[in-house]
Design a protein around this ligand. Structure first.
Ligand code: HEC
Length: 150
């Protein structure tokens, strides 16, 4: 049992360490992947948002779970913006690649803010969650304004 587990862990470590480019066979796959990751992240983030805006009743456990899922998802997109993924079924602007440092900065900012939201949500206090939600939502919008076509 322990051996199997060790093997699993080392396989996982190898997979995680693979270079980003090797993770997708075709640029279309990367585009599909990142759009799916955005959709899943947005769904869980939006469920917290609905409680924050009073559109859904506050449920501390659901808020914490959804915020945690959003935070996990917020880590996944970035390897899928590799070379050659600027064309096709995508709304990403060329600035993603032209101004990649700024794009990465915006991605990191969002990860930090959504991470803060997730740790705040564990506390189960709606007012604190409301305070953390604002900057997280703003970090989505500011990147979309600069790097996503409408
Ligand atoms: C660093 C930049 C950046 C940040 C931060 C960001 N996004 Fe996006 N988002 C993009 C880009 C670029 C696309 C377009 C992806 C594509 O079409 O290839 C996108 C697409 C999306 C989509 C559409 C996915 C689809 O199926 O086409 C949703 C929904 C979304 N983002 C939600 C969010 C939410 C919610 C947040 C914040 C929690 C967020 N995004 C933060 C850059 C960002």
């Amino acid at each position: 049992m322990k051996k199997t587990l060790n093997l699993l862990m080392s396989t996982l470590a190898v997979c995680l360490a693979m270079p980003a480019a090797a993770q997708f066979a075709k640029p279309e796959d990367a585009i599909k992947y990142r759009k799916a990751a955005f959709t899943v992240m947005s769904t869980h983030f939006g469920r917290v948002g609905a409680m924050v805006n009073g559109r859904a009743p506050f449920d501390a456990k659901a808020a914490a779970e959804n915020a945690e899922l959003a935070a996990t998802m917020s880590k996944l997109h970035w390897t899928a913006f590799g070379e050659g993924t600027d064309k096709g079924e995508t709304r990403a602007k060329p600035e993603v690649w032209k101004d990649n440092a700024k794009f990465k900065e915006a991605a990191e900012k969002m990860q930090v803010e959504v991470g803060k939201l997730a740790s705040t949500a564990k506390g189960g206090n709606l007012d604190a969650i409301k305070t953390a939600f604002g900057p997280a939502a703003a970090s989505c919008k500011s990147c979309h304004d600069n790097f996503r076509k409408d």
